[in-house]
Design a protein around this ligand. Structure first.
Ligand SMILES: [Cu+2]
Length: 123
């Protein structure tokens, strides 16, 4: 009976629309700031529920705009110091962007977190 319930629980998680893990802190900074069309660097700070940096995560970022007809822009982050990750990305249009952070934590859990990045300007 216990195994049966466990399977049900796991299936329920994967079917959910949100893949986020709210306990995990992800802060986004961008260089240059304010962000501009062209190549930028996203700086992500990842921490656990106690505020401790999470080292060893695998992180990809996907930039999207709210309107239809644009291809997403993709980047892969590298860890620079424990808990700090930098991902290059190239904005192709000015306006409001959303950054989808896709992370695999060192314990194997995965999460997806949308972060708003408004007001990307033309240089
Ligand atoms: Cu656009």
């Amino acid at each position: 009976v216990f195994v049966f319930l466990l399977v049900i629980t796991l299936t329920g998680c994967q079917r959910g629309s949100s893949k986020d893990i709210p306990d995990i802190g992800i802060d986004l900074a961008v260089s240059p700031n304010p962000p501009q069309v062209g190549p930028v660097l996203l700086i992500l700070t990842v921490s656990d529920a106690n505020g401790q940096p999470i080292s060893g995560a695998q992180i990809e970022v996907e930039g999207n705009m709210s309107h239809a007809g644009m291809a997403p822009v993709l980047g892969r982050a590298v860890e620079t110091t424990p808990g700090h990750y930098e991902a290059p990305l190239e904005f192709t249009m000015s306006g409001d962007w959303s950054i989808l952070v896709k992370a695999t934590l060192p314990d194997g859990r995965t999460l997806e977190r949308p972060l708003n990045l408004p007001s990307v300007t033309t240089p």
